[in-house]
Design a protein. Sequence first.
Length: 272
Amino acid sequence: MKKLFFRFDFSPKIKKFLTTLHNTQERAILWIIRQFLPFLFPRHCPLCDKLLPYGSFIHEECHRELPLIHSPVCMRCGKPVSSHTQEYCYDCRAFPKSFQRGLSLFLYNKKTRPIMSAFKYQNRRGLADFFCQELCRYRLSQLRDLGADAVIPVPIHKNKYKKRGYNQTALLSSRLALTLNLPHYPDMLIRSVNTLPQKQFNPQARLNNLKKAFCFNSHYDKLLSQSTPFSVLLVDDIYTSGATMEACTRILLEAGISEVYILSICIGIARD
């Protein structure tokens, strides 16, 4: 429409009027779309199932009930611990980790399980924006203090990607990288083996289950050779025993990454 207006030799005042009219029409159309979008494509809260207004990802009351993690936490993985004098949780003492430090946002329990399931399995891709918003609200200064050189997601196997259509962790890590003004390398790690579900194994068996499950993408060898030292922020949706993060960290360190920091949306309860 705008190009059509300027095919004619209008005076500057008329051109300005037509441009203003065009912009006003665009805003009006967008307003109408926003009013009717919730009725055409209703979005429900993943926790209480109530209808959400346009632009919302979670019901306000449910949002307030999400179990935000506070200090004290394990100095290695970021799990909540019982006392400020306790440096590490049981898992990090019993099964030492190779990554430098971990950060997380929410506790993984009955309050957060439905929203994580919606994000992972129910095509609620927009929740990546919500989680990034919450991470920036509560963890931005800590994330910047890590000093990572890039952001990478924990990958999923190609079969799962074909079935699901997306990697929820990569959606989050891409938004986070943009916020932190860091490069995003979604394919630096490759999931080469489609392993059995981790929840059926104990901590040591989980690590064994993930042996050779990941590999480093050799396309990044040149980057590492030209950027030494090079540290990364490894992002996943849920951290429980830490076996997945540990398996990925070992591959990254073997490839030449100097330090690995980890970030998860939700983290399990420490066993002690």
